[in-house]
Design a protein. Structure first.
Length: 115
C-alpha cells in the first residue's frame, strides 16, 4: 500500500471550498424566495477555523453545520421572511440580518356609530 501525499491548501483554496459549501446551503432556501449574502467576517472565520494542517478542509463541514446551518435552520423555523438575509460573524456568533418589512398602515380612527 502506498501513501498519497497532498499539497497543503492555500488560503485561496480554502475560500473556494468555503464558498462551495455555503452555496450548497442556499439550495435549502430556494423555495422560500430567500437570497443569502455571506459576510466577509463569516467567510474569513470559516477559512481559518475550518482548516487543519493534518486534515485539510475536513473539519469545515462540521464547522459549517454547527455555526451556520443549524442557527440558520432555527431562524427560518421561527421567521417567515422573504427577500435577502445577510449572514455574518460578529462577537463569536452568527448574525442574521433580515429585510425590514414595512407594516401596512393601520387606521386607528373609531368606527362609525361607535362599533
Amino acid at each position: 500500500d502506498g501513501v498519497v501525499k497532498f499539497n497543503s491548501l492555500t488560503r485561496n483554496d480554502m475560500k473556494r471550498i468555503v464558498i462551495k459549501f455555503l452555496g450548497e446551503l442556499e439550495t435549502y432556501v430556494e423555495g422560500r424566495h430567500i437570497t443569502i449574502n455571506w459576510g466577509p467576517e463569516l467567510i474569513a472565520m470559516l477559512e481559518d477555523k475550518g482548516y487543519d494542517p493534518k486534515m485539510g478542509a475536513r473539519p469545515l463541514a462540521r464547522l459549517i453545520n454547527e455555526t451556520v446551518k443549524l442557527p440558520l435552520a432555527k431562524y427560518l423555523l421561527d421567521n417567515k421572511d422573504e427577500g435577502t438575509l445577510n449572514l455574518d460573524w460578529k462577537h463569536e456568533e452568527l448574525t442574521i440580518i433580515a429585510p425590514v418589512v414595512e407594516a401596512s398602515p393601520v387606521n386607528l380612527a373609531p368606527a362609525p356609530n361607535g362599533t
